[in-house]
Design a protein around this ligand. Sequence first.
Ligand SMILES: [Zn+2]
Length: 111
Amino acid sequence: MNEERKGQIFAQIEEVRKRTDIVAALRKHMELLYAGNSVYVGKCPFCKDPDPPMFNVHKARQFFHCFGCSEKGDVFTFLTKLQNRQFGDVLEELTKEAEAGTSRPKLSLVP
Ligand SMILES: [Zn+2]
């Protein structure tokens, strides 16, 4: 891959990250409750933590973190790990959604 193409992809990733709401994206896969201060909490889909939920999503900073299993990252990390998908595949999907300006539920859960 040449430098120009790499630059285009990095720019695309940044643009998609900016236009994707991590809370809306994750809510297609799990329940999240608003806990205040731009933080949402839910039951971790990676470690199935017992109550109380230890999975936190920071809307303002657009990342998630689980205090149970230490999984953390952004919306790309979440989708690639949860669905065991390729990064490029997730990027393509989020790009389409960002372009459409919607966050309609259409992803299916892990088969
Ligand atoms: Zn966890």
